[in-house]
Design a protein around this ligand. Structure first.
Ligand code: OOG
Ligand code: NI
Length: 265
């Protein structure tokens, strides 16, 4: 599978539970033609066969290079970003939940599910493999939600793309992230306003905004059906660094707030 086929598979998997992304993409395609993807993101559980260190080699095989590492102490996450030497290929942001830092109760809940992950030789299909464990009970989901929204999300959704990202730099109709977000709002989609709708500034070289995740009714293990957040769509505007190159990195302070796009509010 080449990188192009991978991203087409990922888009298919993502839009299946994130119909807003296809609608918003069409909105911009209508005025801008082609919509370029800046990056995608994945989430996983540390200390399992699906941990970040086991996913990384799959990306390296595709020619990606590890770009940087990030810590999110309050959220108990760590992450790596990956960049491809071919600048037309989207970047990848991959985080993992450091479960050993959670309360014993949360650790026990997560372990009951992650113990079901089979030891396996991973291939690229892991990136759209979703849950490797039974659907959680609503009780477990809610209990986890009180301590780690990321953990609850990951337990219900599993390993699959968490968001695609419109590259605002490549839009022909505007060079303003504020205008982009306004247009998305006018089409009746909710924007993540944690810390302000625009995360970052021209000075930090990366401005980002995102929708609030779509919501999908899912049947939990006890048979109850509940609507929960799935995935969201992001918009990124990159600025030139001192070498007059568009900054290609991520900004941890922005990311910390983008994570909140899957929270319920
Ligand atoms: C990833 C959040 C970070 C970015 O662009 O900084 C991110 C996530 O929600 O899993 O995507
Ligand atoms: Ni992102």
């Amino acid at each position: 599978m080449n990188v192009e086929q991978l991203f087409s598979q990922l888009w298919h998997d993502y839009t299946e539970i994130t119909p807003q992304a296809e609608q918003i993409k069409q909105l911009f395609a209508a005025t801008d033609g082609i919509v370029i993807n800046d990056h995608v993101a994945f989430r996983t559980f540390a200390d399992t066969p699906l941990q970040l260190d086991n996913l990384e080699p799959l990306l390296l095989t595709l020619g990606y290079e590890r770009q940087d590492g990030y810590q999110f102490e309050a959220k108990k996450l760590r992450a790596y970003s990956f960049i491809h030497p071919d600048s037309n290929i989207p970047k990848i942001f991959c985080s993992e939940l450091l479960t050993d830092q959670l309360s014993r109760k949360s650790q026990e809940i997560i372990a009951r599910y992650t113990q079901q992950i089979k030891p396996q030789e991973l291939d690229l299909s892991v990136f759209w493999s979703a849950r490797h464990w039974d659907m959680p009970s609503w009780d477990d989901y809610q209990s986890l939600m009180m301590e780690t929204e990321y953990g609850a999300w990951l337990l219900a959704i599993g390993i699959r793309v968490n968001h695609f990202t419109v590259s605002v730099n490549h839009l022909s109709s505007t060079d303003s992230l504020g205008e982009v977000l306004q247009r998305v709002k006018s089409a009746n989609f909710n924007i993540n306003s944690v810390g302000g709708e625009i995360k970052g500034s021209p000075e930090s070289l990366l401005e980002q905004g995102s929708t609030m995740a779509d919501r999908l009714a899912l049947a939990f293990a006890d048979g109850d059906v509940h609507e929960i957040p799935t995935c969201f769509y992001e918009f990124a505007l990159r600025h030139e660094d001192i070498g007059n190159e568009l900054y290609q990195g991520f900004v941890a302070a922005n990311a910390d707030k983008i994570f909140e796009s899957t929270s319920a509010a």
